[in-house]
Design a protein around this ligand. Structure first.
Ligand code: ADP
Ligand code: F6P
Length: 334
């Protein structure tokens, strides 16, 4: 159970709006539900904005009711759809977006998305004065100021389930598999999945990859009679497909690895109970923060406490993968 903040309402909000932006993440739906149900129970009207900032700038807005969010708590993806909107990086376009919110008499906006979406949220709040609260919605868990993000737990469990299946073939055929997981430029998914699936090695952007060390370890396992089966979890890095290059390098060292890119399989599917509860709590608390007069903040979780983190602080700093976690993956190898 999370510890929730105790907040005093100082603002009489008439209407708020909500959008999801950037890569979708399992748990966005329970977060939307949390915002909608909490707001309606406080007598606040709620508008859903379709397709993130792309929908906002053209006024694709609709009024939601309690039934709009029925039966979505268990569904992956996002009811409101998501998009990437280059135009929103233009201040003039953000000015237009603020005008649309004012036309609908919206006095608070909740943005669910990753660091790009939260950057847009922060700029919109600063430039327009419209209160904005962000929720960390990304499978990558790479957002500073929060221990956890909506979708991370589901993504790692989905990847784990797939790798457990791959392990069966790896063992039966004594094969080496390179499994590529998502995570953009961070190794949070790869590290956690690597530990949970008992990977022989984890390749992440935070640590320089040494081909010789891997080849030595594989040869060593063979000498010890442990066969050549194994799973190496690779973080995709800036572009998916990095793993094919790695496989090629290994082939030059007499290895014949198979490559499996999990890709978007990790972004879909029913959210785990962990993500449903986290997202519901964060969604409902976002409304409490708006009622308490907060703006330009992200709802985060630290040591089990749901709290507010200034968006400026969230965006100024990069979340680091703790060195202890990196050491842990090495410690658990054969
Ligand atoms: P995520 O939110 O998952 O990190 P992106 O980085 O693709 O995904 O960002 C999602 C959207 O957020 C972008 O398409 C854009 O609309 C908005 N955004 C990203 N960066 C900025 C920025 N510097 N200024 C304004 N809006 C931005
Ligand atoms: O940020 C979430 C994420 O799934 C990353 O892990 C991945 O690198 C990226 O989005 C892929 O984005 P898309 O395929 O939607 O362009």
């Amino acid at each position: 159970m999370y510890k929730l903040p105790s907040l005093e309402a100082v603002k009489d909000l008439k209407a708020i709006a909500i959008l999801t932006s950037g890569g979708d993440a399992p748990g966005m739906n329970p977060a939307i539900r949390g915002v909608v149900r909490s707001a309606l129970n406080h007598g606040i009207r709620v508008y859903g904005i379709n397709r993130g900032y792309s929908g906002l700038i053209i006024g694709d807005i609709w009024e939601m009711n309690s039934r709009s969010v029925s039966n979505i708590v268990q569904r992956g993806g996002t009811l409101l759809k998501s998009d990437r909107c280059e135009a929103f990086k233009d201040p003039a376009v953000r000015h237009q977006a603020a005008e649309i919110l004012r036309e609908h008499e919206i006095d608070g906006l909740v943005v669910i998305g990753g660091d790009g979406s939260l950057t847009g949220a922060s700029l919109l709040a600063e430039e327009s004065g419209i209160p904005v609260v962000g929720l960390p919605g990304t499978i990558d868990n790479d957002i500073h100021g929060t221990d956890d993000t909506i979708g991370f737990d589901t993504a790692i469990n989905t990847a784990l389930e797939a790798i457990d299946r791959i392990r069966d073939t790896a063992l039966s055929h004594e094969r080496l598999f390179l499994v590529e997981v998502m995570g953009r430029n961070s190794g949070f998914i790869a590290t956690q999945v690597g530990i949970a699936c008992g990977a022989e090695m984890v390749v992440i952007p935070e640590v320089e990859f040494k081909l010789e060390a891997l080849c030595f370890q594989l040869a060593n396992n063979r000498v010890k009679g442990e066969g050549s089966s194994g799973i190496i979890v690779v973080a995709e890095g800036p572009r998916p497909g990095l793993t094919y290059r790695l496989a090629q390098q290994l082939e030059e060292h007499e290895q014949t690895p198979r490559v499996c890119i999990l890709g978007h399989i990790q972004r879909g599917g029913s959210p785990t109970s962990h993500d449903r509860v986290l997202a519901s709590c964060m969604g409902a608390t976002a409304v409490d923060y708006l009622r308490a007069g907060y703006t330009s903040i992200m709802v985060g979780v630290q040591n089990g406490q749901i709290l507010d983190v200034p968006l400026r602080e969230v965006l100024e700093r990069k979340k680091q993968l703790a060195p202890e976690w990196i050491q842990m993956t090495a410690l658990l190898h054969k």
